[in-house]
Design a protein around this ligand. Structure first.
Ligand code: CO
Length: 133
């Protein structure tokens, strides 16, 4: 389906938010902490898709480790799927390594699963599905 959002790792939301606000000519519409991942996220609308800025909340957060290795910048591309379990099964059968066995609760009311960047030409791919309950 569509690119639901693009995740960008940043050192400080305080610094990155105003910059993206000017770039996109719109304000962040929500900030949300995902405790389990050690991140605070900030969301912007960009036409049909969204930009998700990610700041680490602790040194062992995947975002902190990413920035340590590669610096700030493009972190992941998230594709919206209709049935995340089915897509995970399909990709697993096709030989892709998934970073989580079960969908987990991500930001913005989504079930998420990450696909190993080594299986996607160096790009971390997120599958996400709206949580309906
Ligand atoms: Co994301």
């Amino acid at each position: 389906m569509k690119v639901e959002h693009i995740g960008i790792a940043v050192n400080k939301l305080e610094q990155a938010e105003p910059l993206y606000q000017t770039l996109l000519n719109s304000s962040a519409y929500k900030r949300e902490e995902v405790e389990s991942e050690g991140v605070i996220t900030s969301f912007f609308r960009a036409g049909a898709t969204k930009i998700e800025l990610l700041e680490a909340t602790r040194p062992d957060s995947p975002i902190a480790r990413f920035i340590e290795r590669r610096g700030e910048g493009l972190h992941h591309i998230a594709f919206e799927v209709e049935d995340i379990q089915a897509e995970m099964a399909r990709l697993r059968a096709a030989g892709f390594r998934l970073l989580n066995e079960q969908p987990k609760r991500g930001a913005d009311n989504k079930w998420v699963c990450f696909v190993h960047p080594k299986d996607c030409q160096g790009v971390l791919v997120e599958l996400c599905q709206e949580i309906r309950e």
